[in-house]
Design a binder for this molecule. Structure first.
Ligand SMILES: *[C@@H]1O[C@H](CO)[C@@H](O)[C@H](O)[C@H]1NC(C)=O
Ligand SMILES: *[C@@H]1O[C@H](CO)[C@@H](O)[C@H](O)[C@H]1NC(C)=O
Length: 312
């Protein structure tokens, strides 16, 4: 999801202080991670931090594993850019979150305007997911991204319009067949708190489980507005994990309308702490990923202390 307002990225530095992945793991989580883009890796200050496993134990490719990057023409797979991110994670012994197999955005036009009939599109979805998950083996995958509307109905897309909901099971089954070890997720935004969309997610997971479709986790994006952490976040994490799946906070950021004020920074710090504490409190919440960070100021902003306090 693209943030709607000016985004204040967390800034980190190599100043002395608690390291994010270290505190996450000390709290029993698998990782603290970040999304990244290849262009950012040439910034030496940024690269030093992302390569430091005490800060980040998990990496998500923000863009380069999406459909338009990985299968720009039918059956032609281009993994070069994704491989750069995968190599970085491997070199640093960081987990890699594959992002993503099936999404309604960043699709090449051959998919969106191909006018494929249902069996053909189903086979295209299956081939795309099995190729991707088979290439990046042993990883966590956002197999389905953003398939729900805020009112709990299914989102219209070339996939839903042609295949109804069957593309979801098709993608998950293809992913499982390509890599039985991969953790398969459905990822979405506005499912942080309880409401029609998170209820729809519960119903979707239950329906997949009833059909014996492989589903291991629910990814909660958490693109939040400062002061806007839902009061039902913790209850919602519990309701998701009660289904027998794991959850992860996958794209956390807390945006604010500029100019920055001390009050906004303090609220942002509290918001990070609230989200992290909720994940910490729920055993099935495996980790937290921020939607990238910035190092322009070389100052640890209050948000960092909120993250650390949340894991404490
Ligand atoms: C990672 O960061 C910590 C804290 O800033 C620092 O002490 C450590 O040397 C760094 N590790 C590497 C490999 O750069
Ligand atoms: C779409 O699938 C759902 C079940 O997931 C079913 O209830 C509904 O009738 C289907 N719609 C169409 C138009 O086939």
């Amino acid at each position: 999801m693209k943030p709607l307002f000016s985004l204040l990225l967390i800034t980190l530095s190599r100043q002395v202080g608690a390291q994010l992945n270290r505190v996450a793991q000390a709290a029993g989580k698998l990782y603290f991670g970040t999304a990244t883009n290849i262009e950012e890796l040439s910034d030496t200050a940024y690269a030093a931090i992302i390569n430091n496993r005490t800060e980040f134990g998990q990496i998500t490719a923000a863009n380069v594993m999406k459909w338009d990057s990985t299968e720009p023409s039918r059956g032609v797979f281009t993994f070069g850019a994704g491989d750069q991110i995968a190599a970085l994670a491997k070199k640093n012994n960081q987990l890699l979150r594959g992002h993503n197999c099936v999404w309604h955005q960043q699709l090449p036009s051959w998919v969106t305007v191909g006018n494929f009939d249902a069996p053909t599109l189903s086979s295209i979805v299956s081939t795309h997911c099995s190729s991707l998950v088979g290439h990046y083996k042993g990883q966590i995958w956002d197999v389905i991204n953003e398939c729900l509307n805020d009112d709990g109905t299914f989102r219209q897309s070339v996939f839903f319009d042609t295949l109804n909901t069957s593309f979801i099971a098709t993608a998950l089954r293809a992913a499982r067949a390509a890599d039985p070890q991969a953790k398969l997720y459905i990822n979405d935004f506005n499912i942080e708190g309880q409401g029609p969309k998170s209820t729809a997610m519960v119903n979707l997971v239950k329906s997949l489980q009833a059909q014996k479709v492989p589903i291991d986790g629910i990814g909660i994006q958490a693109h939040l507005l400062v002061g806007g952490v839902p009061s039902t976040l913790l209850a919602n994490l519990k309701q998701f994990t009660a289904l027998g799946v794991e959850v992860a906070i996958t794209e956390l950021d807390v945006r604010m309308t500029l100019p920055v004020t001390d009050a906004l920074l303090a609220q942002q710090r509290r918001d990070y702490q609230t989200v992290i504490s909720a994940c910490r409190a729920v055993k099935g919440c495996i980790g937290v990923t921020v939607w990238d960070f910035s190092d322009k100021n070389m100052v640890r902003k209050p948000a960092i202390h909120g993250i650390i306090a949340g894991f404490a």
